[in-house]
Design a binder for this molecule. Structure first.
Ligand SMILES: Cc1cc2nc3c(=O)[nH]c(=O)nc-3n(C[C@H](O)[C@H](O)[C@H](O)COP(=O)(O)OP(=O)(O)OC[C@H]3O[C@@H](n4cnc5c(N)ncnc54)[C@H](O)[C@@H]3O)c2cc1C
Length: 558
């Protein structure tokens, strides 16, 4: 057994400015290159005149409604210095990092600010905080990296007069490593980069690299069934979870004693994806893998969406995907070329035109291996399956790898310039995938097109399965300065309606507040009732994450 401290406190979370975009205080500001501005203007009708509220234009923070007696009681559990009620501390944890969250933090619309931030140091303190809040009728919002894009950390009060954010940043330890079984126990507040650093010292990697990697935590990944960019090689986060420890108002619950079990339904899966509504994940036993020694990324181009999807389906069925296998549709390929590419775009376009490609769909493949022979064999198998694709080679693949976490910073720059920029995701079986893509694109385009505003709706596949794949949409359109929040929420509703019956309401962003009204359509009213029964058992007072995962309960006591 070893216990290693994680990182020092995260001052970024205390910085109100840092939460009006992705970049932290001190980061170099992201900027839009001039060629990108010209493309946006021509393609969408954008003009810089639509510049919105700048970062920092924050709404006033209401006083804390947490009764002094509860504050004192929580202080006896975690230490008074870890019950924060200052405006900046509360503002730093008011909501997640969706486009609408960022708009609200820039002054457009109501901001839900918690009454206090509580920072327990270990699983025992988490349990005692939950018991105290259940007894005193205070809502509790578990908070990892705060990167939710579906309202998962919104400071909703439910039927309570006050709500606290339970920040897990002090649960930051690597508890133990079992190299023989390839398992590691880590506390839930460990951030993804820190997990890689801690595991790297033992020669292991988790292999979980979502775009929110820099900020998100292991507990957040488990609570939302997250999926990373290398899911083709390492699986979704839930595939890595061998055991969980959950603090609930009813006590501590540990699950996962063996690699497989026939002891009834797998109750771990009631915890994974429970979004803080059933309890607080305090520790995770995670499957780890030896760190790869060699990696190689390459770009390919397929002509048209149908050819692209056929290619990634074949890679999946042939078992020759790279650890990263990511296909952009023609619109996303264009966005990538135009927002980033500059002069190189013209050169690549010329090269592709000379090879007869009319609708380029960029495919990135990243292989990982322990030996050169393994890498060669993997690459050869992929390339054999990809006959018909135009190879763009390593520079394009490595450029993607280099910029793989740059998207959120680019979003900051686009937001600063008056662009509505947001993403949504879903998944479907192969036979319905193209119909789903068309339906969502149609709905978004119809809702967002006005005189003078033409949206770009771009899509990619980055998680494939034997029976289907995910679709991830990115939307760019000039912001409506009169009603920026309504502009996006109406478009999102139209997209959600289009998804019904074809795919899932969420492949990896989770339910949160935004998708809760659509849950029954997917899992049935009986499914919702089963989840409510579990919640009643684990959280009888209903203090845990009010309004998330489950739609509002009409029968709940007021
Ligand atoms: C720019 C950007 C890119 C993103 N890219 C991806 C991506 O590639 N793949 C992906 O899967 N997601 C992505 N996301 C979504 C988000 O990062 C994930 O949902 C992530 O899993 C959340 O982790 P977190 O630590 O930030 O959790 P938080 O946002 O803090 O919380 C998320 C939910 O889990 C609950 N929760 C958090 N910690 C715990 C805990 N210990 N116990 C119980 N409940 C808890 C919260 O109450 C909330 O409901 C992205 C988000 C952004 C802003």
């Amino acid at each position: 057994m070893s216990a290693e401290r994680n990182h020092p406190d995260r001052p970024d979370q205390l910085d109100r400015l840092a939460r009006s975009g992705w970049a932290r205080a001190g980061d170099a500001a992201a900027a839009l290159p001039a060629h990108a501005g010209r493309w946006l203007a021509a393609r969408t009708g954008w003009t810089p005149a639509g510049t919105p509220a700048a970062p920092g234009a924050v709404a006033p923070v209401p006083p804390s409604a947490l009764p002094a007696s509860v504050r004192a009681e929580l202080g006896t559990i975690v230490g008074v210095e870890h019950v924060l009620v200052e405006a900046d501390d509360r503002l730093g944890r008011s909501g997640g990092l969706s486009y609408v969250d960022l708009l609200r933090r820039r002054g457009a619309g109501d901001l839900l600010v918690p009454d206090a931030v509580v920072r327990p140091a270990d699983p025992g303190e988490v349990g005692r905080v939950l018991a105290a809040c259940a007894e005193r009728g205070v809502g509790v919002v578990p908070f990892g990296g705060g990167t939710s894009v579906v309202g998962g950390v919104a400071a909703l009060r439910g039927r309570f007069d006050s709500v606290v954010v339970l920040d897990l940043d002090r649960l930051d330890r690597l508890v133990s490593v079992d190299p023989v079984s390839r398992l590691a126990v880590l506390q839930a507040g460990v951030t993804a980069p820190r997990a890689e650093e801690l595991l790297g010292r033992h020669g292991f990697t988790l292999g979980h690299f979502p775009q929110s990697y820099e900020r998100a935590t292991l507990g957040g990944f488990a609570a939302t069934r997250s999926s990373g960019q290398a899911s083709a090689g390492y699986g979704r986060f839930e595939d890595m979870v061998a055991g969980v420890r959950l603090a609930t108002p009813r006590g501590d619950w540990r699950l996962g004693v063996a690699p497989a079990s026939a002891a009834g339904p797998d109750l771990k899966h009631l915890v994974i994806g429970s979004e803080g509504a059933f309890g607080v994940i305090t520790e995770l036993t995670l499957r780890v893998r030896p760190k790869p020694v060699l990696t190689r990324y390459e770009g390919f181009v397929l002509d048209g969406w149908a050819a692209g999807v056929d290619a990634v389906r074949a890679l999946t069925h042939d078992g020759v995907r790279g650890a990263v296998t990511r296909l952009s549709d023609p619109q996303e390929t264009e966005v990538g070329f135009e927002l980033k590419g500059g002069w190189k775009t013209r050169a690549v376009r010329g090269y592709l035109a000379a090879r007869g490609v009319r609708e380029p769909c960029l495919l990135i493949v990243g292989w990982e291996a322990r030996t050169a022979a393994q890498l060669r064999a993997k690459r050869k198998a992929t390339r054999a399956s990809l006959r018909g694709a135009v190879a763009l080679g390593r520079p394009v693949g490595e450029a993607w790898r280099h910029g793989r976490f740059a998207g959120p910073r680019q979003r900051d720059a686009l937001m600063d310039q008056g662009v509505c920029v947001e993403t949504l995701e879903t998944a479907a079986h192969w036979s319905k995938l193209s119909e789903l893509r068309a339906a969502v694109a149609r709905a978004l385009t119809a809702e967002l097109t006005t005189a003078g505003r033409r949206p770009v709706v771009a899509c990619h596949v980055s998680h494939t399965y034997e029976t289907g794949a995910s679709l991830y949409f990115t939307v760019l359109v000039p912001r409506d300065p009169e009603d920026p929040v309504g502009q996006w929420t109406r478009a999102k509703e139209a997209a959600s309606a289009a998804i019904r019956g074809l795919g899932t309401i969420t492949h990896h962003h989770a339910v949160g507040v935004d998708h809760a009204p659509h849950l029954a359509a997917e899992i049935g009213q009986l499914g919702v009732d089963v989840l409510r029964a579990v919640k009643r058992e684990l959280d009888p007072e209903g203090v845990l994450n009010p309004g998330k995962l489950l739609p509002e309960d009409p029968t709940a006591p007021r």
